[in-house]
Design a protein around this ligand. Structure first.
Ligand SMILES: [Zn+2]
Length: 315
């Protein structure tokens, strides 16, 4: 049951540029201050908040609330303290693990204080190593996607595509289970949207329903091997429709795209071209991170060619 708005995600190719992470900030950027001149800063915010928004590329791990990261860090710190039976003031030398989490907590607190730096390109790279280390369990993934959906919904986003790289978690969660968990969360959320549309009772409490449709994009990390990339698109192909057990026509397509991402120095797009051709043949839309670094070149057919041109020529 592929209802509503799905056509809106049928971008066959999406060149990504780095925008600040919040929809509101992005709209402020696009609208330009001159168009809203005469409005106070406060009114700007209100107008921008009310505008309906489409977010076609929201990073799951890049949208975690700072307060949630701090919560996770606090739990790790408490667990480490219990393990070593030490208090921070008892003079016992702290374990390397505990020192590492305390350092991370300090760093996150510093970043949250530097609010004026919001949108600074260095900031995500400061925080990502901490985020990737701290997300170890299924319940954490469940919490971050639920909070993310609430946060985007509050910004009056009406269509949201969440992208994530399937990963194995420290609690033993496999890549397949990781993707299944997210597909289920998104499906359950979308069910509320559908129920809201189907509800004809005018007296029904509309706050029980959502106004935002959510979809998933699975990402291929260019730093990993292309056989793992094939594994990811196979996963996407097998898990795209939910709930399992119904006929395809009765299910919702939750995974709508495949993304190419990761450290720009970590791998070359031509080595993954076949993966993306296969993904497109499976019916997925594609998004490709490109031109993230200056002078990134590849060797193609005996001559130097830049990767961005190669990606632009990929049809
Ligand atoms: Zn991105």
């Amino acid at each position: 049951m592929d209802w509503l708005f799905y056509y809106l995600s049928t971008l066959t190719f999406c060149m990504l540029v780095v925008f600040p992470t919040t929809g509101a900030f992005r709209w402020r950027h696009l609208a330009g201050d001159s168009q809203l001149s005469g409005c106070s800063e406060d009114l700007h915010s209100k107008v921008l908040e009310r505008l309906p928004k489409f977010e076609l590329h929201a990073h799951l791990h890049g949208s975690i609330r700072y307060t949630t990261i701090l919560d996770f860090l606090k739990t790790e710190i408490e667990m480490e303290k219990m393990k070593s039976h030490s208090d921070l003031n008892d003079g016992i030398e702290l374990s390397a693990e505990l020192r590492q989490w305390l350092e991370a907590e300090k760093r996150v607190l510093q970043l949250t204080l530097q609010d004026s730096d919001h949108g600074n390109a260095n900031k995500p790279f400061d925080i990502f190593p901490i985020v990737h280390k701290i997300i170890k369990r299924r319940d954490q993934v469940q919490r971050i996607i639920r909070e993310m959906i609430i946060d985007y919904s509050r910004q009056n986003t009406v269509y949201l595509e969440i992208r994530t790289t399937p990963r194995i978690l420290a609690d033993g969660t496999t890549m397949k289970e990781y993707v299944e968990l997210l597909v289920k969360e998104v499906y359950n959320h979308n069910l509320k949207l559908k129920e809201g549309f189907e509800k004809t009772d005018q007296n029904a409490n509309s706050s029980n329903y959502s106004n935002m449709l959510v979809k998933l994009i699975l990402s291929v990390d260019r730093g990993r091997k292309s056989n793992e990339a094939f594994e990811i698109i196979e996963l996407a192909n097998n898990l795209a429709y939910y709930p399992v057990g119904l006929l395809t026509a009765e299910r919702e397509k939750v995974i709508v795209g495949i993304d190419f991402s990761g450290n720009p120095q970590g791998g070359r797009f031509p080595d993954f071209e076949n993966v993306f051709i296969a993904a497109r043949n499976m019916g997925f839309n594609l998004t490709i991170h490109a031109a993230e670094m200056k002078d990134l070149s590849i060797i193609g057919q005996g001559e130097k060619e830049d990767e961005t041109s190669f990606i632009l020529d990929f049809k």
